[in-house]
Design a binder for this molecule. Structure first.
Ligand code: ADP
Ligand code: ADP
Length: 229
């Protein structure tokens, strides 16, 4: 597994306003760290920096001790499986959308990933299963179903690092629970950074970091944070 370190990371989208004001934390190999905090605190910015949509202004981010600025973009992105909040799917078959995680995957591997992500149910409801088109003229997928496709894709990709931006609003609580379970299964034993919106969804994280206005306000296990409240 790979270990992630943020070392005194600072970042701004524009020079007027610093978004991350010196953030340091570590995700030990195989562990799960969750970032929680109010909207606008800078949580998603942390995941964007790890994926290198942007580079840090100062400080550094390392994976297994190597500054990610020295890692080729393709290698970095191959090592990271990202499950974003809103998954945009291709207007193509469900199988194509899942196989995007690893283009060489066999049909059996695609189906196995679909099962693990629990998208089997809605596939079976459709007459042509995985060959059914999604998008405008094909399958209409709910937010939860789209997220399951993203999870299946990530299972197939089998990345060293998992980067999760938790869905919130769009899902009903039953679906949210199911997605949560699928994500927990994928993240077990894998280095995982979760951007979460509520403390209640990250109970099992090895460490929770509470971000407020670009600074770490609190950190600890769920139990530790709860006893302080
Ligand atoms: P969170 O994920 O905690 O809600 P974000 O990391 O998305 O917070 O955003 C932190 C702050 O950065 C917010 O004030 C947001 O408006 C601002 N921000 C996010 N993306 C951009 C951008 N592309 N350009 C300018 N400001 C941005
Ligand atoms: P927002 O907080 O505005 O919804 P996101 O964090 O979802 O932004 O994404 C930030 C940027 O990264 C956007 O330009 C988005 O299109 C892009 N992006 C998000 N997820 C992925 C992905 N899995 N692969 C490539 N680009 C992505």
């Amino acid at each position: 597994g790979a270990a992630i370190r943020f070392e005194d990371v600072r970042f701004s989208y524009d020079p007027e306003r610093e978004i991350l004001k010196g953030i340091s934390f570590e995700v030990p190999a195989g562990q799960t760290v969750a970032i929680v905090g109010p909207s606008g605190a800078g949580k998603s910015t942390i995941s964007r920096l790890l994926y290198r949509f942007y580079d840090v202004a100062s400080g550094r981010i390392t994976i297994d001790g190597q500054d990610i600025r020295n890692v080729r973009q393709e290698s970095l992105r191959a090592a990271i499986g990202m499950v974003p909040q809103d998954t945009v799917l291709f207007n193509d078959t469900l199988a194509y959308n899942i196989r995007y995680g690893r283009p060489g995957a066999s049909d059996a591997e695609v189906e196995r990933a679909a099962e693990l992500a629990q998208i089997d149910g809605f596939v079976k409801r459709t007459p042509k299963g995985y060959t059914t088109e999604v998008g405008e003229r094909g399958l209409k997928l709910s937010g939860g179903e789209k997220q399951r496709v993203a999870i299946a894709r990530t299972i197939l990709k089998d990345p060293a690092i998992l980067l999760l931006d938790e869905a919130t609003s769009a899902l009903d609580s039953h679906t949210e629970r199911e997605i949560q379970d699928a994500l927990e299964r994928v993240s077990r034993g894998r280095t995982t950074l979760v951007v979460a919106h509520r403390l209640s969804t990250v109970v099992s994280a090895d460490e929770i970091i509470v971000l407020e206005q670009g600074r770490i306000a609190e950190r600890g296990t769920h139990a530790e944070l709860m006893t302080r409240r």
